[in-house]
Write a protein that binds this ligand. Structure first.
Ligand code: GLY
Ligand code: MN
Ligand code: MN
Length: 465
């Protein structure tokens, strides 16, 4: 947890950007895995963590915008709880640590909100993503669960996005620090990746590093020799020399901030000529973005820069043809990179996606493209100092997609389908780094880039500990 002043300041900023009514921020409750006392690991709601900091189930926070009061609703533990969970700090102690004086039992929340609703006061809330909170919010507000998303406060969503999109010095220091664990997760995978290794053994070792450092993985580990499946969670292949292995994983820290990196390397440590040619194009796209980012540029321009770098490289190899800018404008590159360049990152690996990707990544300045590929770009908006985001270009050879496009002769002015036949079994390569936008440019988080050049990979892949 950060110091209490951090939470006081965050709530003050939120209060100052809203007009009137009540802001209701529900924490998460325990969620049953198969029966009520066997739960999924508890994960607090990210907005509750951001504004109220308490990392326990069964809390709600309220900002009364008209009275200028912050309140926490939650229950002190009873003897039964102490027997099963051990002694716990009181609600008022926990509230004090985040600068809140007014606390009430959780059961008082319903009456409190009923009174406010009866007086016609606006209740601001964000769209709940968990089933338990949908039901809770339905019972607290009288709005049907199916209508909560449409009834969420756009004013509140925009105010929260504005705050959380800019990481403060405490958050940046923490994000820099936890990259050490992300680094270790990736280098562990590299060291263990050798001829005969089982993907799931490496995936387990990667997760072990996260657990060992008091956190967990920030999303289910993606680790596969079939990297062309973008989010491949199948880990049952045995690796053989020459296979590419794509590893996309990150750490969720004890404070619940995320890292998210991807590396792709060859088992045996050395890329074949064909692999290296594609690898160097992806690396050039990634490096070009890191070198170019700065406040004032739209991240959509960086997506286009990566697409242009990829198209240029593939044209050089004879896989694409024609004018590079025209190919990118037409969306021909999306056969090879059918996803966006990146997303915001923070308390969630795709930060604030629960509140609506367009609010986070587009704002009021930009319309989302409807073109295949660019439509999946999660972050397009104008960059500002303090943004933390991912830079994750890739080149994939997806046989089903190639066949579909080929059968329609799609973008045949720009794609050499004959030459593509030699790449059907290639797989996929993605390289992902986490960037902080600074006053004049951008930099990678952490003090050491995860091995990325062909030489760095050769020195570590399959080498053990
Ligand atoms: N969580 C996978 C990615 O966005 O990179
Ligand atoms: Mn990732
Ligand atoms: Mn990512």
């Amino acid at each position: 947890m950060f110091k209490r002043e951090v939470y006081l300041q965050r709530r003050l900023q939120l209060r100052n950007s809203l007009n009137s009514g009540l802001v209701l921020i529900l924490g998460n409750s325990e969620s049953p895995y198969n029966y009520p006392s066997n739960t999924y690991p508890f994960r607090q709601d990210s907005n509750f963590l951001y504004f109220f900091g308490i990392d326990h189930p069964g809390f709600a926070g309220v900002l009364d915008l008209d009275e200028g009061q912050d309140l926490i609703f939650g229950d002190d533990v009873d003897m039964d709880d102490i027997i099963w969970m051990g002694p716990q700090p009181s609600v008022s102690e926990q509230a004090y640590n985040v600068g809140v004086e007014h606390t009430h039992a959780f059961s008082a929340l319903s009456e409190y909100l009923k009174k406010a609703i009866a007086k016609g006061r606006k209740i601001h809330f964000t769209p709940p993503s968990r089933g338990e909170n949908k039901l809770m919010l339905e019972s607290l507000t009288g709005i049907k669960a199916s209508e909560l998303k449409a009834s969420a406060s756009v004013e509140l969503i925009k105010a929260i996005v504005k705050l959380r999109n800019i990481k403060d010095a405490n958050e940046i220091a923490h994000l820099d620090e936890i990259q050490k664990v992300g680094y270790l997760m990736h280098t562990t995978a590299m060291r263990l990746a050798s001829e005969g290794a089982h993907e799931q053994m490496i995936a387990a070792a990667v997760e072990h590093v996260a657990l060992q450092h008091g956190g967990q993985v920030s999303f289910p580990v993606i680790l596969s020799k079939r990297g062309e499946t973008l989010h491949n969670h199948y880990h049952n292949n045995i690796l053989t020399n020459g296979d590419l292995l794509l590893v996309d994983c990150g750490f969720e820290s004890p404070l619940h901030y995320a890292t998210d990196n991807t590396r792709t390397f060859a088992i045996g440590g050395t890329f074949s000529t064909k692999q290296k040619e594609i690898y160097e194009i992806v690396l050039a796209a990634n490096n070009a973005v890191t070198a170019a980012v700065k406040p004032g540029l739209f991240y959509k321009e960086m997506h286009i820069l990566a697409a242009r770098t990829i198209t240029k490289g593939l044209k050089h190899l004879g896989l694409m043809k024609g004018d590079i800018d025209e190919a990118v404008a037409a969306g021909a590159h999306a056969l090879f990179m059918p996803h966006g360049l990146g997303h915001m990152m923070g308390l969630d690996v795709h930060d604030m996606e629960d509140m609506g990707e367009n609010y986070v990544g587009y704002g009021d300045e930009l319309e989302r493209s409807t073109q295949f590929g660019t439509a999946y770009l999660r972050l397009a908006r104008k960059l500002q100092p303090g943004f933390v985001l991912t830079n994750e270009p890739g080149i994939y050879f997806i046989p089903a997609l190639i066949d579909q496009w080929h059968s329609q002769s799609l973008h045949s002015d720009f794609i050499n389908y004959d030459k593509l036949k030699d790449y059907r079994d290639f797989g996929g390569i993605r390289l992902e780094d986490d960037l902080l936008i600074t006053e004049h440019g951008g930099r990678m988080l952490g003090n050491q880039r995860i091995p990325v050049t062909a030489e760095e990979l050769k020195a570590i892949v399959g080498k053990g500990f």
